[in-house]
Design a protein around this ligand. Structure first.
Ligand SMILES: Nc1ncnc2c1ncn2[C@@H]1O[C@H](COP(=O)(O)OP(=O)(O)O)[C@@H](O)[C@H]1O
Ligand SMILES: [Mg+2]
Length: 295
Protein backbone atom coordinates (compact mmCIF):
# COMPACT_ATOMS: atom_id res chain seq x y z
CA UNK A 1 0.00 0.00 0.00
CA UNK A 2 1.54 3.28 -1.05
CA UNK A 3 -0.19 5.36 1.54
CA UNK A 4 1.46 4.74 4.85
CA UNK A 5 -0.11 7.46 6.95
CA UNK A 6 -0.73 6.11 10.41
CA UNK A 7 -4.23 7.31 10.74
CA UNK A 8 -7.34 5.42 11.71
CA UNK A 9 -9.19 7.11 8.85
CA UNK A 10 -6.66 6.03 6.24
CA UNK A 11 -9.01 3.61 4.52
CA UNK A 12 -11.53 6.33 3.75
CA UNK A 13 -8.74 8.59 2.71
CA UNK A 14 -8.00 6.41 -0.28
CA UNK A 15 -11.56 6.97 -1.38
CA UNK A 16 -11.50 10.66 -0.59
CA UNK A 17 -8.21 11.29 -2.33
CA UNK A 18 -7.18 8.85 -5.04
CA UNK A 19 -3.88 10.57 -5.70
CA UNK A 20 -1.26 8.23 -4.32
CA UNK A 21 1.45 9.69 -2.19
CA UNK A 22 4.88 8.33 -2.84
CA UNK A 23 6.52 9.60 0.31
CA UNK A 24 7.73 8.04 3.50
CA UNK A 25 5.44 7.75 6.49
CA UNK A 26 4.62 11.13 7.94
CA UNK A 27 6.36 11.44 11.21
CA UNK A 28 6.22 14.30 13.57
CA UNK A 29 9.38 16.20 14.29
CA UNK A 30 9.95 15.95 18.03
CA UNK A 31 10.03 19.76 18.40
CA UNK A 32 7.11 20.35 16.12
CA UNK A 33 4.28 22.28 17.70
CA UNK A 34 1.15 22.04 15.61
CA UNK A 35 -1.21 23.95 17.82
CA UNK A 36 -0.24 27.44 16.76
CA UNK A 37 -0.11 28.46 13.11
CA UNK A 38 3.14 30.14 12.13
CA UNK A 39 2.70 33.25 9.97
CA UNK A 40 0.03 35.88 9.57
CA UNK A 41 -3.45 34.41 9.28
CA UNK A 42 -5.17 37.81 9.04
CA UNK A 43 -5.47 39.96 5.94
CA UNK A 44 -6.98 43.42 5.57
CA UNK A 45 -10.47 43.46 4.17
CA UNK A 46 -10.83 39.68 4.00
CA UNK A 47 -13.12 38.06 1.45
CA UNK A 48 -13.44 35.01 3.67
CA UNK A 49 -12.53 34.61 7.30
CA UNK A 50 -12.35 31.30 9.12
CA UNK A 51 -11.99 31.04 12.89
CA UNK A 52 -11.61 28.05 15.21
CA UNK A 53 -12.71 25.64 12.50
CA UNK A 54 -12.86 22.00 13.62
CA UNK A 55 -14.17 19.22 11.41
CA UNK A 56 -15.21 15.76 12.55
CA UNK A 57 -16.11 12.62 10.62
CA UNK A 58 -18.12 10.81 13.23
CA UNK A 59 -15.96 11.03 16.34
CA UNK A 60 -12.69 11.32 14.37
CA UNK A 61 -11.40 14.84 14.14
CA UNK A 62 -9.93 15.78 10.74
CA UNK A 63 -9.39 19.55 11.13
CA UNK A 64 -8.12 21.16 14.33
CA UNK A 65 -8.77 24.79 15.21
CA UNK A 66 -7.93 26.34 11.85
CA UNK A 67 -7.86 30.14 11.65
CA UNK A 68 -7.31 31.77 8.28
CA UNK A 69 -8.37 34.77 6.21
CA UNK A 70 -8.54 34.73 2.44
CA UNK A 71 -7.98 38.07 0.74
CA UNK A 72 -10.00 39.50 -2.12
CA UNK A 73 -8.61 38.54 -5.51
CA UNK A 74 -5.83 36.45 -4.15
CA UNK A 75 -4.94 32.92 -5.15
CA UNK A 76 -4.24 30.93 -2.01
CA UNK A 77 -2.76 27.46 -2.35
CA UNK A 78 -3.37 24.75 0.21
CA UNK A 79 -0.66 22.13 0.34
CA UNK A 80 0.39 19.29 2.56
CA UNK A 81 0.72 15.50 2.62
CA UNK A 82 -2.12 13.35 1.42
CA UNK A 83 -4.72 12.99 4.15
CA UNK A 84 -3.76 16.18 6.02
CA UNK A 85 -7.20 17.72 5.55
CA UNK A 86 -6.85 20.01 2.53
CA UNK A 87 -10.04 18.83 0.83
CA UNK A 88 -11.92 18.71 4.11
CA UNK A 89 -10.99 22.30 4.90
CA UNK A 90 -11.77 23.48 1.36
CA UNK A 91 -15.22 21.90 1.57
CA UNK A 92 -15.94 23.96 4.70
CA UNK A 93 -15.80 27.11 2.59
CA UNK A 94 -18.99 26.38 0.65
CA UNK A 95 -20.61 23.90 3.02
CA UNK A 96 -19.88 21.00 0.74
CA UNK A 97 -19.18 18.96 3.89
CA UNK A 98 -22.92 19.18 4.59
CA UNK A 99 -23.36 16.61 1.84
CA UNK A 100 -21.19 14.08 3.69
CA UNK A 101 -23.05 12.03 6.23
CA UNK A 102 -21.47 12.13 9.69
CA UNK A 103 -19.40 15.21 8.90
CA UNK A 104 -19.66 18.02 11.43
CA UNK A 105 -18.11 21.46 11.10
CA UNK A 106 -17.77 23.84 14.05
CA UNK A 107 -16.28 27.32 14.34
CA UNK A 108 -17.05 30.19 12.03
CA UNK A 109 -16.71 30.73 8.29
CA UNK A 110 -17.51 34.24 7.14
CA UNK A 111 -18.01 35.38 3.57
CA UNK A 112 -17.97 39.18 3.37
CA UNK A 113 -18.54 39.18 7.12
CA UNK A 114 -21.63 36.94 6.93
CA UNK A 115 -21.66 33.55 8.64
CA UNK A 116 -22.25 30.97 5.89
CA UNK A 117 -23.31 28.41 8.53
CA UNK A 118 -26.11 30.66 9.81
CA UNK A 119 -29.46 28.88 9.79
CA UNK A 120 -30.91 31.49 7.43
CA UNK A 121 -28.20 30.76 4.84
CA UNK A 122 -29.52 28.87 1.81
CA UNK A 123 -26.78 26.60 0.49
CA UNK A 124 -27.89 26.75 -3.15
CA UNK A 125 -27.03 30.44 -3.70
CA UNK A 126 -24.01 29.98 -1.40
CA UNK A 127 -22.53 27.35 -3.71
CA UNK A 128 -23.03 29.73 -6.64
CA UNK A 129 -21.23 32.49 -4.72
CA UNK A 130 -18.51 30.07 -3.68
CA UNK A 131 -18.17 27.70 -6.62
CA UNK A 132 -16.14 24.51 -6.73
CA UNK A 133 -14.07 22.71 -9.34
CA UNK A 134 -13.16 19.10 -8.59
CA UNK A 135 -10.23 16.81 -9.29
CA UNK A 136 -11.93 14.87 -12.00
CA UNK A 137 -13.68 16.99 -14.61
CA UNK A 138 -17.39 16.25 -14.16
CA UNK A 139 -19.37 17.81 -17.02
CA UNK A 140 -23.09 17.01 -16.99
CA UNK A 141 -24.26 14.57 -19.67
CA UNK A 142 -25.58 17.51 -21.65
CA UNK A 143 -24.40 19.70 -24.50
CA UNK A 144 -21.50 22.10 -24.04
CA UNK A 145 -24.00 24.97 -24.17
CA UNK A 146 -26.33 23.42 -21.60
CA UNK A 147 -23.47 22.66 -19.22
CA UNK A 148 -22.67 26.36 -19.00
CA UNK A 149 -26.29 27.52 -19.20
CA UNK A 150 -27.37 25.18 -16.39
CA UNK A 151 -26.49 27.42 -13.44
CA UNK A 152 -27.76 30.68 -14.95
CA UNK A 153 -31.03 28.88 -15.74
CA UNK A 154 -31.64 27.47 -12.27
CA UNK A 155 -30.61 30.73 -10.62
CA UNK A 156 -32.71 32.79 -13.05
CA UNK A 157 -29.76 34.93 -14.12
CA UNK A 158 -30.73 35.38 -17.77
CA UNK A 159 -33.72 37.48 -18.82
CA UNK A 160 -33.85 36.24 -22.40
CA UNK A 161 -32.27 33.70 -24.71
CA UNK A 162 -29.97 36.39 -26.05
CA UNK A 163 -28.94 37.10 -22.49
CA UNK A 164 -28.23 33.43 -21.86
CA UNK A 165 -26.22 33.13 -25.11
CA UNK A 166 -24.16 36.03 -23.92
CA UNK A 167 -23.50 34.52 -20.48
CA UNK A 168 -22.51 31.22 -22.09
CA UNK A 169 -20.14 32.90 -24.55
CA UNK A 170 -18.53 35.16 -21.95
CA UNK A 171 -18.04 32.28 -19.52
CA UNK A 172 -16.48 30.06 -22.16
CA UNK A 173 -14.24 32.93 -23.20
CA UNK A 174 -13.12 33.57 -19.64
CA UNK A 175 -12.42 29.87 -19.27
CA UNK A 176 -10.25 30.00 -22.39
CA UNK A 177 -12.43 27.50 -24.24
CA UNK A 178 -14.61 29.57 -26.57
CA UNK A 179 -12.47 29.37 -29.70
CA UNK A 180 -12.22 25.58 -29.36
CA UNK A 181 -15.95 24.93 -28.93
CA UNK A 182 -17.86 27.80 -30.52
CA UNK A 183 -18.79 25.73 -33.57
CA UNK A 184 -19.98 22.72 -31.60
CA UNK A 185 -21.90 24.09 -28.66
CA UNK A 186 -24.65 21.52 -29.20
CA UNK A 187 -22.29 18.57 -28.83
CA UNK A 188 -21.92 16.69 -25.54
CA UNK A 189 -19.53 18.16 -22.99
CA UNK A 190 -18.34 14.66 -22.20
CA UNK A 191 -16.90 14.40 -25.75
CA UNK A 192 -14.22 16.99 -25.04
CA UNK A 193 -10.67 16.15 -23.99
CA UNK A 194 -9.92 16.02 -20.25
CA UNK A 195 -8.34 19.47 -20.22
CA UNK A 196 -11.23 20.93 -22.20
CA UNK A 197 -13.72 19.26 -19.87
CA UNK A 198 -12.02 20.86 -16.89
CA UNK A 199 -12.17 24.27 -18.59
CA UNK A 200 -15.84 23.58 -19.33
CA UNK A 201 -16.38 22.92 -15.61
CA UNK A 202 -14.60 26.18 -14.85
CA UNK A 203 -16.87 27.96 -17.39
CA UNK A 204 -19.89 26.37 -15.69
CA UNK A 205 -18.66 27.69 -12.33
CA UNK A 206 -17.96 31.17 -13.70
CA UNK A 207 -21.37 31.36 -15.42
CA UNK A 208 -23.17 32.04 -12.14
CA UNK A 209 -20.83 34.93 -11.29
CA UNK A 210 -19.18 33.46 -8.21
CA UNK A 211 -17.10 35.55 -5.85
CA UNK A 212 -14.84 32.74 -4.77
CA UNK A 213 -13.75 29.66 -6.73
CA UNK A 214 -12.54 26.61 -4.82
CA UNK A 215 -10.42 24.18 -6.79
CA UNK A 216 -9.52 20.76 -5.40
CA UNK A 217 -6.50 19.46 -7.31
CA UNK A 218 -8.02 20.63 -10.61
CA UNK A 219 -5.09 19.41 -12.68
CA UNK A 220 -4.36 16.06 -11.09
CA UNK A 221 -6.16 14.17 -13.88
CA UNK A 222 -4.64 16.27 -16.68
CA UNK A 223 -1.55 16.05 -18.84
CA UNK A 224 1.16 18.75 -18.58
CA UNK A 225 -0.13 20.79 -21.53
CA UNK A 226 -3.70 20.85 -20.23
CA UNK A 227 -2.29 21.64 -16.77
CA UNK A 228 -0.35 24.61 -18.13
CA UNK A 229 -3.54 25.94 -19.72
CA UNK A 230 -5.45 25.72 -16.44
CA UNK A 231 -2.58 27.43 -14.61
CA UNK A 232 -2.61 30.27 -17.16
CA UNK A 233 -6.32 30.51 -16.71
CA UNK A 234 -6.02 30.76 -12.91
CA UNK A 235 -3.66 33.67 -13.45
CA UNK A 236 -6.27 35.45 -15.57
CA UNK A 237 -9.17 34.62 -13.28
CA UNK A 238 -7.46 36.12 -10.25
CA UNK A 239 -8.32 39.68 -11.41
CA UNK A 240 -12.02 38.91 -11.10
CA UNK A 241 -12.34 36.16 -8.52
CA UNK A 242 -10.84 34.98 -5.27
CA UNK A 243 -9.36 31.51 -5.70
CA UNK A 244 -8.47 28.83 -3.17
CA UNK A 245 -6.68 25.90 -4.77
CA UNK A 246 -5.66 22.61 -3.22
CA UNK A 247 -2.72 21.07 -4.97
CA UNK A 248 -0.35 18.21 -4.31
CA UNK A 249 2.14 19.85 -6.65
CA UNK A 250 4.44 22.27 -4.91
CA UNK A 251 5.57 23.55 -8.30
CA UNK A 252 1.99 24.39 -9.12
CA UNK A 253 1.48 26.16 -5.80
CA UNK A 254 4.64 28.15 -6.45
CA UNK A 255 3.53 29.05 -9.97
CA UNK A 256 -0.06 30.10 -9.35
CA UNK A 257 -0.51 31.38 -5.82
CA UNK A 258 0.10 34.57 -3.88
CA UNK A 259 -0.09 32.89 -0.48
CA UNK A 260 0.37 29.31 0.57
CA UNK A 261 -1.11 27.46 3.52
CA UNK A 262 0.65 24.32 4.70
CA UNK A 263 -1.49 21.70 6.44
CA UNK A 264 -0.25 18.73 8.46
CA UNK A 265 -2.36 16.11 10.23
CA UNK A 266 -5.38 18.41 10.25
CA UNK A 267 -3.56 21.49 11.52
CA UNK A 268 -2.75 24.65 9.61
CA UNK A 269 0.94 24.67 10.39
CA UNK A 270 2.13 27.69 8.46
CA UNK A 271 0.78 30.33 6.13
CA UNK A 272 2.59 33.09 4.30
CA UNK A 273 3.56 34.62 1.02
CA UNK A 274 4.22 31.81 -1.42
CA UNK A 275 7.77 32.98 -2.16
CA UNK A 276 8.60 33.01 1.55
CA UNK A 277 7.04 29.61 2.22
CA UNK A 278 9.09 28.02 -0.53
CA UNK A 279 12.36 29.82 0.05
CA UNK A 280 12.34 30.45 3.76
CA UNK A 281 9.77 28.40 5.66
CA UNK A 282 9.61 29.06 9.37
CA UNK A 283 8.20 25.77 10.61
CA UNK A 284 10.28 22.64 10.62
CA UNK A 285 7.40 20.58 9.19
CA UNK A 286 6.91 23.00 6.29
CA UNK A 287 10.59 22.78 5.57
CA UNK A 288 10.54 18.98 5.69
CA UNK A 289 7.65 18.91 3.26
CA UNK A 290 8.96 21.39 0.72
CA UNK A 291 12.37 19.78 0.73
CA UNK A 292 10.69 16.48 -0.09
CA UNK A 293 11.27 14.65 3.15
CA UNK A 294 7.69 13.41 3.02
CA UNK A 295 4.66 14.04 0.94
N1 LIG B 1 -15.95 11.20 3.79
C1 LIG B 1 -15.07 10.91 4.76
N2 LIG B 1 -15.39 10.10 5.78
C2 LIG B 1 -14.52 9.83 6.78
N3 LIG B 1 -13.27 10.32 6.83
C3 LIG B 1 -12.87 11.14 5.83
C4 LIG B 1 -13.75 11.48 4.74
N4 LIG B 1 -13.08 12.31 3.90
C5 LIG B 1 -11.85 12.47 4.44
N5 LIG B 1 -11.72 11.77 5.59
C6 LIG B 1 -10.53 11.72 6.46
O1 LIG B 1 -10.18 13.03 6.86
C7 LIG B 1 -8.78 13.23 6.81
C8 LIG B 1 -8.47 14.36 5.83
O2 LIG B 1 -8.81 13.92 4.51
P1 LIG B 1 -8.78 14.88 3.27
O3 LIG B 1 -9.41 16.17 3.63
O4 LIG B 1 -9.36 14.13 2.13
O5 LIG B 1 -7.21 15.10 3.07
P2 LIG B 1 -6.39 15.65 1.81
O6 LIG B 1 -7.35 16.33 0.88
O7 LIG B 1 -5.37 16.57 2.40
O8 LIG B 1 -5.73 14.45 1.19
C9 LIG B 1 -8.18 11.91 6.37
O9 LIG B 1 -7.79 11.21 7.52
C10 LIG B 1 -9.33 11.20 5.69
O10 LIG B 1 -9.21 9.81 5.82
MG1 LIG C 1 -7.85 15.92 -1.09
Amino acid sequence: MSNPIKNPLAAEQLVADPVPSAGEPISMHPDADLSKTVGKIEVKNAKMSMRSVDVFYGDKQAIFDVNLDIARNEVIAMIGPSGCGKSTFLRCLNRMNDTIENCKVTGSVLLEGEDIYATKQDVVPLRAQVGMVFQKPNPFPKSIYDNVAYGPRIHGLAHSNVDLDEIVETSLQRAGLWSEVKDRLDQPGTGLSGGQQQRLCIARTIAVSPEVILMDEPCSALDPIATAKIEELIDELRSRFTIAIVTHSMQQAARVSNRTAYFHLGYLVEVGKTDDIFTNPNHKLTEDYITGRFG
